[in-house]
Design a protein around this ligand. Structure first.
Ligand SMILES: C[S@@+](CC[C@H](N)C(=O)[O-])C[C@H]1O[C@@H](n2cnc3c(N)ncnc32)[C@H](O)[C@@H]1O
Length: 250
């Protein structure tokens, strides 16, 4: 039974009564945002604006500062353990307030980190993190985007592309847009790691905020754009609810 099933929701509410009111508030707020926006990206940008105003760390999904630090470290350790090295150029899609980005920026050479996000509000919070961690000399680029066509970036520029907890908030057409264009900006031999909310059952979404996909859907979609993709089994051992896929460019 999926999270979008009313029976699942009633059972969940009975087990977690304290979550009912906040969920209803979110449901109402999101319905209002959907009425006021014309597409998913504009809608989700509005969600991020509202969430970031309350807490940038909570807006990227961390319930506490300790979790924010731990989730950044987990992404960083995994990527370094899987080939990231100084001298490489990295594009982070949906960089948020640099939960992991601050560690990538510190590790890579100056100017080699490029973060993009649909939310100008979270990018301003990212600037605060740069100041807090004294990373100004690393001159990272942080750029707001309205889509994932990446048209303003050069051909074959990045060794590594990273998107953590971004496709878990994206309808399939947004992911498809990314797959259609990301190969162009990747160097031959480069790779693109992304996480997603995996379901073994029916694909579904909750509040147009959280999207659940079957692994094959994303592997097949990548193949349609000539991208070789594989499920990262060892990521499953880490304490994280999402799964990870790696796309490589020959
Ligand atoms: C859950 S947060 C994760 C942020 C960061 N990757 C991290 O791990 O801390 C998701 C981020 O992706 C951004 N985002 C969502 N959809 C996007 C899209 N289609 N293109 C670029 N950024 C997107 C959101 O604005 C938000 O900052």
């Amino acid at each position: 039974m999926t999270r979008s099933n009313p029976l699942y929701q009633v059972r969940y509410a009975v087990r977690h009564p304290a979550k009912v009111l906040p969920h209803l508030r979110r449901l109402t707020r999101d319905a209002w945002f959907r009425l006021r926006t014309r597409d998913h990206v504009s809608y989700y940008r509005r969600v991020m604006k509202s969430d970031t105003a309350r807490s940038p760390e909570a807006a990227v999904g961390s319930k506490s500062h300790a979790r924010w630090l731990a989730l950044g470290q987990m992404q960083f350790d995994y990527l370094v353990g899987h080939g990231l090295k100084p001298g490489m150029r990295m594009l982070e899609i949906g960089c948020g307030n640099l939960r992991a980005g601050r560690l990538f920026i510190d590790y890579l050479d100056a100017g080699d980190y490029y973060g993009v996000d649909i939310s100008p509000d979270i990018l301003m919070a990212a600037q605060d993190v740069l100041v807090q961690y004294k990373l100004q000399d690393k001159l990272p680029r942080l750029t707001p985007v309205r889509d994932l066509r990446l048209a303003f970036l050069p051909d074959e520029h990045f060794d590594v592309v990273h998107a953590h907890s971004v496709f878990s908030h994206s309808p399939l057409h947004v992911i498809e847009e990314c797959f259609a264009h990301v190969g162009r900006v990747m160097k031959p031999g480069g790779w693109f790691d992304f996480t997603f909310d995996r379901t073994e059952g029916r694909e579904h979404q909750v509040l147009r905020e959280d999207f659940y996909y079957r692994t094959e859907t994303l592997l097949d979609l990548a193949a349609r754009y000539g991208l070789a993709a594989r499920f990262m089994d060892d990521w499953e051992k880490l304490p994280h609810k999402q799964s990870k896929i790696r796309i490589t460019k020959e």
